[in-house]
Write a protein that binds this ligand. Structure first.
Ligand code: SF4
Length: 211
């Protein structure tokens, strides 16, 4: 008898104070996994699990009912990795982080794109070394792109937007992701794509009416 086809999916709780899960979520998750199943905890605040493909729709619904967010694994925009919002939700812009995540997480791109968010200039969310990094600066937001955290050629991202209001921040990020999604070569990482296109041209092609 052939084994049922499985797929890898990523789940996490909602963007919150730290990447926490509650007991109900853990029990729900466990109820859909075979006893010997393994869960992989990634550095990007996601849990990877393998589920039977034809059961995924139903399982997803049940997981969402207890507050899980589900994302595809592979060449997609990952869910936004955030800092722990230690000074408070409003003060550190949690609603803005949720909105960024809602707009871009799960969009197919040439190579996995990792966006991060940090609620103040202390920068616990490491936005400077991310593909797309957002740093809250008092009431507005700085936007960094093209950072690279791994390898001997690790790089700090470029500041491409200073003290942006939320609507402009959303519009710029969405446009950048869509431009990369359409124009990037297969398996071309975001920072390489920006180098190939040239930062100036990239910014010109991703400017918005709000810029
Ligand atoms: S970046 Fe700022 S708000 Fe976020 S956890 Fe660090 S110190 Fe707290």
């Amino acid at each position: 008898m052939s084994m049922p086809k499985t797929i890898k999916v990523a789940v996490n709780g909602e963007i919150s104070f730290g990447s926490k899960l509650n007991a109900k979520q853990l029990m729900t998750l466990a109820s859909y996994l075979p006893q010997d199943a393994e869960l992989e905890l990634t550095t990007f605040q996601q849990l990877y699990l393998e589920v039977e493909e034809d059961k995924w729709k139903i399982i997803k619904k049940e997981l969402e009912l207890v507050g899980f967010h589900c994302y595809p694994v592979g060449n997609y925009v990952k869910s936004l990795r955030t800092c722990n919002f230690c000074k408070g939700s409003e003060e550190e812009g949690m609603p803005v982080a949720k909105e960024i995540n809602r707009r871009i997480a799960g969009i197919p791109v040439p190579f996995t794109l990792k966006p991060t968010y940090t609620g103040c200039p202390i920068g616990c969310g490491e936005p400077m070394v991310s593909d797309i990094g957002v740093m809250k600066m008092k009431d507005n937001y700085n936007l960094y792109i093209g950072g690279k955290s791994k390898g001997h050629d690790a790089e700090v991202g470029k500041l491409v937007g200073e003290k942006l209001p939320p609507e402009e921040l959303y519009a710029r990020i969405e446009k950048m992701v869509h431009y990369y999604s359409v124009n990037g070569k297969k398996r071309e990482p975001f920072h390489k794509f920006i180098s190939r296109v040239g930062l100036e041209d990239f910014l010109e092609n991703t400017s918005t009416s709000l810029s």
